[in-house]
Design a protein around this ligand. Structure first.
Ligand code: PLP
Length: 365
């Protein structure tokens, strides 16, 4: 007998997060050599982790029989110092995805609402579904950026969380400081505003959401080590917020949510400013490399503040598959309601070149 009638309906109906296709799986299915496959599907960092982070993980390996520091004291202290906030204003997670989940855990229940922009990171709607809350999606402006005034108008007495993804994934657009300030001046007190800044290091424009935290507003800044720091495999992200919200996140998490290797890797990565700068430089140069080719071919794209570009190829799914057959893994966007697009992660110069050569073939350019 199936146990189904006794199971939480929201979990049963959940459509699990669909990650980029792994290299190993692609190699197996297509009979290709994994070394020849280029993965530009998950916004990973082609430079890899900082050598200092790698050394820290090697050094930690022989101590893996001991539980990590459950409070992540060193890492949170470094994060607090970096952003000029108190230790008790920080929380760390198994990727910032976990912090998104914890925020939803703390805020949502049936009948309550989460507001986000159209075409947002899939985790927001997934978590909303998990907690049986209502997901309110606000259409973007004509330039594909968040419509913050529209998001403001979508707030009701039932709204608990608003996500502002800056720069946003998968579109790559961002909102500027003036728009953020106007939004924050009008947002009602009962709402927590989460600024998901997974790609902020790559942004062409400087914005500051931490000033709202310093003013004591109910704001959460979310950052991750998965993108610019090249530590996606370690799973570590953090939140900077008010002591009250940080305490909620720390209460809701599991006791050792960030493992020992992730903690030491993230600590070391924070010290390696040079590696971070090289990552950002690689992405900025890579974006130009893509733009130049796409402009020449007359293929439309959305100018990006992230380490990825949305390219309007027509039949997204077909182009994704033809690229896959050529050993280049991209991300089809049909699942996000943008079937004409593929999202291409900006890799290193060689990877970008290979991707562009394959794309030129596939698009007959
Ligand atoms: C990648 C990403 C994250 C964080 O991912 P983690 O690996 O869980 O830290 C968060 N938000 C957005 C919008 C992302 O694209």
């Amino acid at each position: 007998m199936s146990i189904s009638p006794y199971i939480n309906r929201n979990v049963q109906e959940l459509v699990a997060y669909q990650p980029g296709k792994p290299i190993s799986e692609t190699a197996r299915e297509l009979g290709l050599n994994p070394a020849q496959i280029v993965k530009l599907a998950s916004n990973e960092n082609s430079l890899g982790p900082s050598p200092m982070a790698v050394q820290a993980m090697l050094d930690a390996a022989s101590g893996m029989h001991i539980y990590p520091d459950g409070a992540s004291f060193e890492l949170r202290s470094k994060i607090a110092a970096r952003h000029g906030v108190a230790f008790n204003q920080t929380a760390v997670g198994n990727g910032s995805s976990e912090l998104i989940e914890l925020l939803c855990h703390a805020c949502l229940r049936p009948g309550l609402e989460l507001v986000a922009a159209q075409y947002s990171f899939a985790m927001y709607s997934l978590m909303c579904k998990l907690f049986d809350a209502t997901y309110v999606e606000v259409p973007n402006k004509a330039d594909w950026s968040h419509d913050l005034q529209g998001m403001l108008a979508a707030i009701t007495p039932q709204t608990r969380l608003v996500f502002i993804t800056n720069p946003t994934n998968p579109l790559g657009t961002m909102v500027g400081q003036a728009e953020m300030d106007a939004f924050m001046a009008a947002v009602p007190e009962h709402v927590i505003v989460a600024f998901d800044e997974a790609y902020i290091e790559f942004a062409g424009e400087k914005t500051d959401c931490l000033k709202y935290v310093r003013e004591g507003r109910n704001v959460v800044a979310l950052r991750t080590f998965s993108k610019a720091y090249g530590l996606a495999g370690a799973r570590v992200g953090y939140a900077v917020t008010t002591p009250e919200i940080a305490d909620l996140l720390n209460k809701a998490r599991s006791p050792f949510n960030v493992n020992l290797m992730a903690q030491v890797a993230a600590c070391a990565a924070l010290e390696d400013a040079e590696h971070l700068a090289r990552s950002v430089e690689m992405v900025k140069a890579g974006r130009e490399q893509f733009y130049e080719a796409l402009l020449t071919w007359g293929i439309p794209y959305i100018p990006s503040h992230g380490n990825f570009i949305m390219v309007k190829v027509g039949q997204g799914k077909a182009v994704y598959e033809e690229m896959l057959a050529r050993g280049v893994i991209l991300r089809p966007m049909g699942g996000y309601g943008l079937p004409e697009y593929v999202r291409i992660t900006v890799g290193n110069k060689e990877e970008n070149k290979r991707c562009l050569a394959a794309l030129q073939e596939v698009l007959n350019k």
